[in-house]
Write a protein that binds this ligand. Structure first.
Ligand SMILES: [Zn+2]
Length: 69
């Protein structure tokens, strides 16, 4: 995976960790008015990162879901 240090550092962290400066919010998903997840794009390495707010504690994490080539 070609991701910058900021993205590799936040991958797998709990959602209550604040987002990095270089991440731009590109989309959100809601279910019944509850925020389910946010998608961010990294301005540095162009990776797409998901921030999931629902599910078990080990699912409520930041995760890199797509990397630029
Ligand atoms: Zn990055």
């Amino acid at each position: 995976m070609e991701v910058c240090d900021g993205c590799s550092g936040i991958n797998g962290r709990p959602v209550d960790v604040q987002r990095q400066e270089h991440l731009t919010l590109i989309g959100v998903a809601e279910c019944n008015g509850t925020l389910v997840l946010e998608h961010y794009r990294c301005d540095k390495c162009r990776a797409v990162i998901a921030r999931q707010f629902t599910g078990d504690s080990d699912e409520r994490i930041w995760s890199v879901i797509e990397t630029a080539h």
